[in-house]
Design a protein around this ligand. Structure first.
Ligand SMILES: C[S@@+](CC[C@H](N)C(=O)[O-])C[C@H]1O[C@@H](n2cnc3c(N)ncnc32)[C@H](O)[C@@H]1O
Length: 279
């Protein structure tokens, strides 16, 4: 049977996010709403506040596009922080497509608590095979999910396929610098269950090949060091609590892995920012 890199990455991702340890870690350290890189105002800012700012600044980029009649799709929606914000801010309907059923259960419960369940549909599935027709959505959105893909060309093809001709694809992702040696990043990246990260150049080329003439990358890589330092500090500060709810092996793994991300960011080997892409 041919090796299917997309399916392998889906299995790894499902196993990763569907464990109680990972669920408890993201809840404790990120605040359980958003799980992506933050945009920081200061060195002591909580990860959750900075992560919220990222959603707001990415959403600013589609303020001219979305109305209450719009349909948006959030790929790899996690606990649904951005999904809810898009629905709340623009009054639009949002479909959240995500692999992890345990995240999706939590996501649906929060939507109901916030009275947003009438605008949001949470669907379990993969962005490698998006279960919607061509040209269906005004906005295709994603944050820190494409990094988990074992076949990014396929996922981008799917994301662009479901986009309306006047729509926009907006996403953030943690990426490698163009000149970063893959071997140097592999130990850090292993936690995501993939071999390599994309680069900004890869996204530009792949999206242009798919017909998106305007690929704008707002490079905010300067926030990466700060972000991984804050997440590492927070994990260390909460270590005792975390060991009460999360297995010791998982906490040990995190405390070994997170400094690798700090070092990679300090060495200039990572990139991060907000893409806005249109036809
Ligand atoms: C780092 S979390 C980000 C969650 C959310 N976007 C956020 O920013 O808070 C990565 C998410 O990608 C999802 N994911 C990874 N691979 C996926 C796939 N093939 N299809 C759908 N979701 C996927 C995971 O389930 C997880 O929710």
């Amino acid at each position: 049977m041919p090796h299917d890199a997309a399916a392998t990455s889906e299995d790894t991702t499902r196993r990763y996010y569907d464990t109680a340890d990972v669920d408890a870690f993201y809840d404790a350290v990120w605040g359980g709403e958003d799980i992506h890189t933050g945009i920081y105002r200061g060195p002591r800012e909580p990860v959750a506040d900075a992560s919220r700012r990222t959603v707001e600044q990415a959403a600013d980029k589609v303020a001219d596009l979305l109305t209450a009649d719009s349909l948006a799709l959030d790929l790899g929606s996690g606990y649904g922080g951005a999904t809810r914000r898009l629905a709340e801010r623009f009054g639009c309907r949002v479909t959240a497509l995500n692999l992890s059923e345990s995240q999706n259960r939590r996501h649906r419960a929060r939507n109901a608590e916030r009275g947003l369940d009438r605008l949001i549909e949470v669907v379990t599935g993969s962005f490698h095979a998006i279960p919607y027709p061509d040209r269906h959505f005004d906005l295709v959105w994603s944050q820190e999910a494409f990094c988990h893909s074992g076949d990014r060309t396929r996922l981008l093809r799917e994301a662009v396929r479901v986009l309306k001709p006047r729509g926009a694809l907006v996403f953030t992702d943690v990426m490698a610098a163009e000149d970063a040696p893959a071997d140097a990043l592999r130990p850090a990246v292993a936690r995501l269950g993939v071999d390599t990260l994309a680069t900004p150049g890869f996204y530009r080329r792949a999206l242009r090949d798919l017909g998106l003439a305007h690929v704008d990358f707002d490079d905010r890589s300067e926030h990466l060091v700060h972000h991984y330092v804050r997440v590492t500090e927070e994990t260390r500060r909460r270590e005792r609590d975390l060991r009460g709810t999360i297995s010791g092996a998982y906490v040990d793994g995190l405390l070994a892995n997170l400094p690798l991300w700090v070092a990679a960011a300090r060495a200039g080997r990572l990139r991060w920012g907000i893409f806005r892409c249109t036809y």
